[in-house]
Design a protein around this ligand. Sequence first.
Ligand code: SF4
Length: 334
Amino acid sequence: MEGESAVSQGSSSQEFPSKEFPAGTAVCLLCPQHCQLRPGQSGRCRARGNKEGAVVSLTYGEVAAMQLDPIEKKPLYHFYPGSEILSVAGYGCNLSCSFCQNYGISQARQAGDTVSPGELAKLAENSLGLCFTYSEPSVWYEMIRDTAPLVRARGGKVVLVSNGILTGAYLDELIPWIDAANIDIKGFSEEFYQKYCGGSLSWVLENVERLAGRVHLEVTTLIIPGANDDTGEIRGLARWLESLGIPVPWHLSRYFPAYRLNIPPTEPKTLQTLWQTAREHLPYVYLGNVSGGSDTFCPHCGERVIERAGYIVTNRLRNGHCSRCGTAIFGVGV
Ligand code: SF4
């Protein structure tokens, strides 16, 4: 695969039709931000740019971070619990969340190590597989597309941890190669996405619907005091997730000040209240970045079926079923 390749069989770009822009201006279609790029200009994500009239990846093979992680860290609690997965990131993100916990690689780009898809797949071989995470994987589209089949060929699983913002047609192209995804739904209002992230909630919900039932899916929401912690809003999102028709595990994580947002951390009692609200609609709700709230209970008899102490996992399921009442627990490899 070429180092700077246009997306897909065709291209992620089209010539911009307006006469207001100089010749060679192109619009990137990979995500709904639809950046209009002059020759030599890079997009909002810093990962793509206009090279000679075509939008290309600027970060193909550039590794921003790579390490072996517990699958629970993604977080994925219902996908091969207790396993480890090689986790890798490129640079860049198509949002600019003021509370970003990984802003050092999502909002910046530095020259660093490079790796080929074949090398990545080989490195992933001794773990569950390969997880694209930390920054925003969708803007590293070509790397995922070229690497995922190689991971699969070696028997590994492919996981995405994403903000869910990618043009539907491109996501459809990736889905056959994805085994599991954790998608951030950062808040449940357009106002929140506009004010804090520079994006649209509708873009995300559309792709969560697209993924549901086609890959193993879990969802994460970072709860930020005064920004997205309204009980009614959380209930609204819980109901929306419930309407998907599958018991999507939902992770409510505690916010800590990061990047440009400096309000105090979320109170644990707020998380507990929201957990109770969410549990009225969904069987598997978890708390993150706080002690407690990370165990899995059988939705039928209430038995504690998976216990988590940090990243130490005690799985008491029998072939994916509650050992007390026999109820099947949602997930893959549980
Ligand atoms: S992928 Fe990057 S360059 Fe393309 S539209 Fe999205 S933010 Fe802009």
